[in-house]
Design a protein around this ligand. Structure first.
Ligand code: NAG
Ligand code: NAG
Ligand code: NAG
Ligand code: NAG
Ligand code: NAG
Ligand code: NAG
Ligand code: NAG
Ligand code: NAG
Ligand code: NAG
Length: 394
């Protein structure tokens, strides 16, 4: 069954440059299917929204990144650290300050004591960093938001609640004494270091944060406000691992599963195996997600690169999700100095959007080939970010 699909995809990919679309779904809901006005015939083609590219608008239109932006403190040293990986980190969410529009915050998953990505459980905690250099950074550490073990952080402003909502996995544990990782397969470890999703809230991005409480016994939180953009309702949508979708009347309420299992095979080692969804609703009201696609682990004997990004889309939150098993972005990053680097890992993709929901920046956790340290990369998308930065005076 799958084989047939891949064959079909190969054919589609081959035909793609001349393939006409029928509906906006053929444009990944990232564009409009309409007549090619430069020709007198009646072929229809995808007109992609800013930030998306490709014949089916299924690929992020990434622009070159600038070295030493984002949150790269892998060269930091502290004599008290057990490890040599500096302040390694693994992705985060950019938040524009609500009062000081030229100030950007990054809520980031950081590893303590100089430990690298391998020691993520239990050393991960959530930190807040700031940039006065614009949304690309560089961001500097300003505050610990949590202690260990908290990971997979995401944060949203809920206008209806007048609060920032902070989602993460983990539990509060004693400060780790080594960088040694705790395997997830040990049931005792699972109880002490659960990957369950918890939520906290604060009136300001600087805190104080309410105690976390478990929202869903699952992992990989991808929250989005379900309410109207005018902020009249507090309803929350939460996608988790394997694309299970939950909703709750408000952040502190009970989450219930909505919809059915998605149509694609979510089983580990299947070609449509993904993790860590990132969910959003676009300007037309359609739903989208990016996720870490693990195809190279399946097809290239455990390799984690370069095909790392998947895009899913749906007209409704509860069902009808489509996943064209193809690359939405890769682990190869072009830099403004003209060089390109293919990272060993690139995960935890999150988008920072402009007011009209145009994607402006992609934030991801990256690890160079041969490295054990990791950092948080911010890469501009398309062209609109230039205008966004210029309007802010950067
Ligand atoms: C494309 O143009 C033809 C002829 O003008 C028209 O019949 C058709 O509805 C158009 N299709 C779309 C999707 O705009
Ligand atoms: C639109 O039509 C023109 C003229 O036939 C053609 O050159 C161009 O490639 C078409 N655009 C796309 C994206 O197919
Ligand atoms: C990140 O930091 C390391 C030093 O720890 C450096 O080698 C690397 O070039 C930096 N990468 C980027 C993209 O800033
Ligand atoms: C890390 O590298 C950056 C960029 O080269 C440099 O500005 C900074 O001083 C370095 N920090 C340490 C602790 O070596
Ligand atoms: C590294 O992280 C620690 C918090 O654990 C912080 O005190 C320190 O300022 C950070 N340094 C840099 C360069 O990010
Ligand atoms: C930040 O939290 C980490 C993890 O709990 C801890 O190791 C570090 O000492 C803290 N740093 C500061 C400055 O509070
Ligand atoms: C998580 O599982 C525990 C133990 O089975 C249960 O007591 C708790 O109610 C569950 N929490 C949620 C939010 O489902
Ligand atoms: C985490 O979820 C598991 C079920 O998946 C449950 O057994 C456990 O009690 C939960 N832990 C906490 C702290 O809620
Ligand atoms: C899903 O993928 C797994 C792993 O490749 C495979 O064993 C299983 O047969 C697949 N299931 C379906 C329904 O295709």
């Amino acid at each position: 069954m799958y084989r047939r699909n891949s064959l079909l995809l190969v054919c589609l990919a081959f035909l793609a440059p001349v393939l006409a679309c029928t509906t906006d779904d053929d444009c990944s809901l990232n564009g409009i299917c309409k007549n090619n006005t430069t020709t007198t015939t009646t072929t229809t083609i995808c007109h992609c929204d800013p930030g998306w590219t490709g014949p089916d608008c299924g690929r992020l239109d990434l622009a070159p990144a600038t070295r030493w932006t984002g949150y790269n403190h892998t060269n930091y040293t502290d004599p008290a650290y057990y490890g040599v990986h500096g302040n390694s980190s693994w992705g985060g969410r950019i938040v524009q300050d609500r009062d000081d529009l030229k100030l950007f915050h990054l809520l980031v998953d950081q590893f303590s004591h100089g430990c690298g990505l391998g020691g993520w459980r239990p050393t991960s905690f959530i930190a807040r960093a700031e940039s006065r250099n614009g949304p690309q950074g560089p961001y500097e550490w300003v505050q610990n938001v949590t202690s260990s073990f908290r990971h997979n952080a995401d944060v949203l402003w809920s206008p209806a609640d007048g609060k920032y909502l902070l989602w993460a996995i983990g539990a509060t544990v004693d400060d780790p004494k080594t960088c040694k990782s705790i395997p997830g397969t040990q049931s005792k470890a699972k109880l002490r270091f659960p990957n369950n999703i918890s939520v906290s809230a604060a009136p300001s991005i600087r805190g104080p944060w309410a105690p976390f409480h478990v929202a869903v016994n699952g992992t990989n939180p991808a929250p989005w406000l379900l309410g109207s953009p005018d902020g009249k309702t507090s309803q929350i949508a939460l996608a988790v691992e394997d694309f299970k979708i939950f909703t709750a009347p408000r952040w502190s309420g009970a989450f219930t599963r909505v919809g059915e299992d998605v149509a694609w095979n979510t089983t580990d080692y299947s070609p449509s195996w993904t993790e860590d969804p990132f969910l959003w609703r676009d300007k037309r009201g359609n739903w989208h997600a990016l996720a870490h696609w693990m195809i190279d682990i399946v097809e290239k004997d455990g390799a984690k690169y370069p095909r790392v990004g998947a895009h899913m889309f749906s007209r409704q939150l509860e069902g009808g999700w489509a996943f064209k098993v193809q690359e939405a972005f890769s682990s190869t990053v072009e830099f403004t100095d003209g060089a390109a680097e293919t990272f060993n890992r690139r995960e935890r993709a999150k988008i920072f959007f402009g007011e009209d929901m145009t994607p402006l920046y992609l934030v991801s956790g990256v690890q160079a080939k041969g490295a054990k340290s990791s950092f948080t990369l911010v890469q501009p998308i398309g062209e609109r970010w230039r205008e966004y930065e210029k309007n802010l005076g950067f």
